[in-house]
Design a protein around this ligand. Sequence first.
Ligand code: FES
Length: 149
Amino acid sequence: MPVTLTVNGTRRTLDVPDDMPLLWALREVLDLKGPKFGCGIGQCGACTVHVNGNAIRSCNLPVAGVANANVVTIEGLSADGTHPLQQAWQELDVAQCGYCQAGQIMTAAALLRRTPRPSDADIDQAMTGNLCRCATYHRIREGIHRASA
Ligand code: FES
């Protein structure tokens, strides 16, 4: 049955199986390659997007579960890549291989919406589920502080 949702500000109706993971719908149907496949079981955070403003794993969330929801991917976080987090990430060269970084930024953006001036403890708590094989955690934390300044 078709599923209708809003993705990055555009209303979309997708003719996909109800149980297709949202990540597949975004990457393979809508060609939004920012969210990444890492573990596929909700454990690494590479697939993180916003659903109604909350940072959500998209790899194990059936697309039918977000019917009529407002979904934002890294491509829609800012119109031109100038979100304060994206600017801070560039200034501080946060990324190493970069694979996890869209998910990191989406989780951080949800944190800053809730807590505009997060402490180290706030950041560590919010970001704990977003894994980085390159261990860029110290720069991620610095980037979030810079974006919140
Ligand atoms: Fe979704 Fe790892 S790919 S949490």
